[in-house]
Design a protein around this ligand. Sequence first.
Ligand code: 5GP
Length: 120
Amino acid sequence: MDFAYDDQNIFAKILRGEIPNKTVYENDHALAFEDIAPQAPVHVLIIPKGAYVSLDHFARDASAEDQAGFMQAVAEVCRITDVGAGFRAIANTRTHGVQDVPHYHMHILGGRQLGRMLQG
Ligand code: 5GP
């Protein structure tokens, strides 16, 4: 699989500080920020700081340190946003997954009953 990365995507611009974001948490490996169009009371995006287009790209090629740092950010976002009642983690991927931004991101959605997983 060829995971060609376009460094002009919107999340790359956020990482470079060219576009502002509402940061929820940050470490050396990942940045978490509020989604600009939230679909639930909690809607946070967690992105790696490295150039990965998708979850499968990140899982294949990211270092153990980057992967651990990303998962630490997931834990911190869940703690900070207080989603103890439950949440959904989503990684939309490529065409069938309807991925809009080609920089790997995990959505964390919560704060209300989210319903069943798939609607269509
Ligand atoms: P995808 O469909 O790729 O899984 O999700 C992309 C998400 O990025 C969408 O939920 C969309 O609202 C969010 N998004 C797009 N542009 C921006 C932006 O400039 N800032 C922030 N914070 N979120 C964005």
